[in-house]
Design a protein around this ligand. Structure first.
Ligand SMILES: N[C@@H](CCC(=O)N[C@@H](CS)C(=O)NCC(=O)O)C(=O)O
Length: 324
């Protein structure tokens, strides 16, 4: 995995493994916020007002973080207001590219670039950063608003409500402390926990990550036995943030990242919950298993040198979910 250093693409990134062989995810580097009136958000600077057709979203269908943004774009009726470019599932020496050799990969529909890092340098010619998806681009100012999915879904949740009339709220005020608590554990041990397990380069680092991952899955199973959703009887961003990891789990993380104590299908409450979220209007259309399987098995040569993409599993996500 490469990265940009002073605006130049370097194939070898600064190491993201600590001395103990633990994978460490770097903070995102563009942290502005789109707001209803263009006032500054919690981080970054102001000047990014919610307007139809102004913003463009770069995603990978394979990536769980980008997938969150795509889901919120659907849930919040933003598809007519924010257009999308989809990168190729193969992330090799040049990082994410706009090659269109896989169905669904659209190329760069906004600027016609060949590689995602060129979108980053178009925003900041001197950028030193990892080049990740999702990226929210502002046509008007010609720069990246944000490349942090957790922030992008919060912007989508409320900033455009005046434009769309969709006031569904996935981050409701009274549930915020509980949502934060759940997000913190799910981020560290599940969303990122699968990567920490899969990219660990020592047994000790793997054991630590995979142990915490399955402790959290057991905890989530208990929560879902008691409540329909993670924070209670109402679906929130905490559920959608978990969903994008769960939907990839049995196909990729179980095998490729060695997260194989159990599969999601082996947890009765969680597998019903996963089907319910998959069947949520518009959500199945955001799930592209071809990009998901191809990306992970093909791109991570260090953990799958043959690059063979395995055949299974066959999942029936359209079966009744039995959750109320
Ligand atoms: N914190 C970021 C993480 C995004 C991220 O790591 N995306 C991965 C794809 S799943 C990526 O683009 N990785 C490329 C790299 O790290 O070089 C977010 O949530 O938006």
């Amino acid at each position: 995995m490469g990265q940009l250093i002073d605006g130049t693409w370097e194939k070898q990134s600064l190491a993201s493994l600590s001395e103990g062989g633990e994978f460490e995810r770097k903070e995102s580097s563009f942290r502005n916020w789109v707001t209803a009136d263009g006032s500054a958000g919690p981080t970054g600077s102001g000047g990014f007002a919610a307007e139809s057709g102004r913003y463009h979203l770069y995603v990978s269908y394979a990536c769980p973080w980008a997938h969150r943004a795509l889901i919120f774009r659907h849930l919040k009726d933003l598809t007519a207001h924010i257009d999308v470019s989809v990168v190729s599932p193969d992330m090799l020496d040049e990082g994410w590219t706009f090659a269109t050799d896989h169905p669904g990969a659209t190329g760069d529909r906004l600027m016609g670039k060949d590689r995602l890092y060129e979108v980053y340098t178009a925003s900041d010619p001197e950028a030193t950063t990892r080049v990740t998806v999702p990226v929210l681009w502002d046509r008007e100012r010609g720069e990246i608003v944000s490349n942090e999915s957790a922030d992008i879904i919060r912007m989508f949740n409320s900033a455009f409500d005046g434009l769309t009339g969709n006031t569904d709220d996935y981050h409701p005020e009274p549930l915020r402390p509980r949502i934060e608590e759940i997000n913190a554990r799910v981020y560290d041990t599940v969303n990122n926990g699968v990567y920490k397990s899969g990219f660990a380069s020592t047994q000790k680092a793997y054991d630590k990550a995979v142990g915490a991952l399955f402790d959290s899955l057991d905890w989530i199973e208990r929560l879902l036995e008691e409540h329909r959703y993670l924070a209670g009887d109402r679906i929130t961003e905490a559920d959608w943030r978990l969903f994008t990891t769960l939907i990839r789990f049995d196909t990729v993380y179980h095998t490729h990242f060695k997260c194989n104590r159990r599969r999601i299908i082996d947890y009765p409450a969680m597998s019903g919950y996963l089907r319910e979220l998959y069947q949520w209007p518009g959500v199945a259309e955001t799930v592209h298993f071809d990009h998901i399987a191809r990306h992970y098995y093909y791109s991570h040569e260090h953990i799958n040198p043959s690059r063979i993409v395995p055949i299974g599993p066959v999942l029936d996500l359209t079966a009744p979910h039995g959750r109320g």
